[in-house]
Ligand binder design. Sequence first.
Ligand SMILES: [Zn+2]
Length: 138
Amino acid sequence: MSELKYCQGPRCHTYDTKDRKRGPKDNKRNETRRRSSFYYLDGNACSMQCMYDWFNVYGSRALDHFGRITQPKVLTQDNAWRVHYDWRSREDGGYRHYVYNYLTDERIPLTEDQYNNDNAIVDDQGRLTTREFYTPTI
Ligand SMILES: [Zn+2]
């Protein structure tokens, strides 16, 4: 069983729901939610409200700590690659997979296995990492 953790929303305990209530009748209190997993804030907040509460309190400090963007990021022909597929685009009903360049409209066909191995084709900066995947037949 996975370990329980608390929602990191700084106001989580202030939202009045049954599952937050603890204690006997004469000493009722609401507590921060505790779960084995959360969906929001990368697994650290129980709700969208708690996620926004966290960001409103800590967001600017987090940006200052990790570094703000001080110059524009730029999409060029070199980092404009994305993996794509066209739904049921083949005559047999299959999908046509390819890498696509948003700036040049260039398409390079991929097999489905290559498509599913997208980290090896387009890196997280949008660069085409290798053209060994090029398959001239489609
Ligand atoms: Zn919460």
